[in-house]
Ligand binder design. Sequence first.
Ligand code: NAP
Length: 556
Amino acid sequence: MTNPVDAAAVELERDAVVVGAGFAGLYALHVLRDRVGLSVQAIDQAGGVGGVWYWNRYPGARCDIESCNYSYSFSAELQQEWQWSERFAGQPEILRYLEHVADRFDLRRDIRLGTRITSATWDSGRARWVVTTDAGDRVIARYLISGAGTLSAAKEPAFDGLDSFEGQVYSTARWPHDGVDFTGKRVAVIGTGASGIQVIPHIAAQAAHLTVFQRTANYATPIHNGPMDPEFTRLIKAGYPGLRGRSRDNFGGLPYDLQAPSALAVTQDERRRVYQERWDQGGFRLSLDSYADVFFDATANATAAEFIRDKIRERVTDPATAELLCPTDHAYGTKRPPLETGYYEAYNRETVDLVDLRACPIERITATGIRTTGVQGADHPLDAIVLALGFDALTGPLLRMGIQGRDGLSLRSHWSQGPRTYLGLMVHGFPNLFTITGPQSPSVFYNHPLAVEDHVDWLAGCLSHQRARGIDSVEPSAEAEHRWGEHTDEVASGLLLPHTDSWYTGSNVPGKPRALLAYFGGAPAYRRICADVAERGYQGLLFDGVPAADGPGATV
Ligand code: NAP
């Protein structure tokens, strides 16, 4: 079979192409280049480093994990020298941090920015990836390492008439660098996920009028952000090794240790005391550090859900609006719980309205606004529309790259029924492709910088092992991939989460196959599995087509 890329002019040859210059891409470039000794070309579509923190510049964009935890742990010096100004850093500060990392570790010289990968094709004859870009470049590389992210492919809006709107349209996932002044404007926000919930209070405070179009109400809880106290900073820095160790021993990669097994094993008073305490602590304490059975027992979950609904009713003055904001159609935590500052109070402003899209769906967007239909259908005149519609999560960023593996197999067709991977890191039929925080790994359920470091460190070990033995290509066996898929489904089978429509299951994107997109066995179990695979000589992998070790591959 003739490979269509053979005839093309080769511009660059590298050991590895790294996709992306966010948390994953920067760390992969650093480790593979400076520790493993590979020549590496990183490529990112953005005009700067930072990944999602480069793009998501909307007012209110902020990390939902404490910055002392949502940061790299690999360099003790970096941890000591970087000063976070807030408990939960805002987007500009996280972007500055990643820019600092790029400079401090001299990464920029190997990053090509403003360049989108248009295809990546495995050339079996040469055992190389041929990567093409929209700049017309080709990079030939033994390894293709995706740090393309989990929530980086923004969902395409599909509203009739959007192009006819004569006002401005903004997307939270691609916010203008110069900011937007909504003063005096009539603004709509469509979407009430984490992004919508962060941006709404800011627009409400500035616009002449804000209409929020809500399809599904969410369980938002307070983030309780504030400035970093110098004494707290000192304590964190003195205790970083222990803090990171505790995080890696925790299900979600956070140094939380207060979770009790069952909400149903305690009295109602005790339960409410615990919920109130976690509510006051802020961050993900309420969801991840209260009771374990909130995630798998509907009755336990209902206790937390009702606690949050009561809070919403207390905070929103108009009872009808409060009820619309109270989620009743899904269990708490089965959509990713958003954190907020002043979200519910925004609806107490006279200039803010809430439209329930279940009762009156959007019929179309007109030249002058949004037309809804149904019992209370209406024309909503607008100057600007803000789309906060979410992402084609986990698989989207990989599928948009046009990846073709052995024998012309496209990743899109291999994943037509949902992702199939080994450890969420490798794919059968796609030699030397590695997906950092890929689908079927803990990824979005594991504090991202730590998840990235674990994957890249494991990968560095795997590549060093191969290179020491002169191995050209590695891929998982079909059986190992199949067993990992079964294991991923099995660990999630007792959870409430698979039953809710959300980006965790791909059901937020029309036409996307419904499948679990992450591994829900928790970081400690996953870390153990990956370590076992390596210790057993990379069980489940084929090295140059030959099983690397006896045995079918990892499960638990
Ligand atoms: P999201 O959670 O998927 O929310 C998208 C919102 O848009 C939902 O309310 C959804 O309603 C609505 N929507 C989508 N398509 C629609 C349509 N055609 N018509 C009407 N409404 C529509 O997306 P997101 O808010 O961008 O957040 C995604 C994830 O990114 C988060 O869960 C989080 O992991 C991450 N994130 C993190 C932070 C942070 O750390 N601070 C901030 C932002 C985002 P339905 O629910 O009915 O589908």
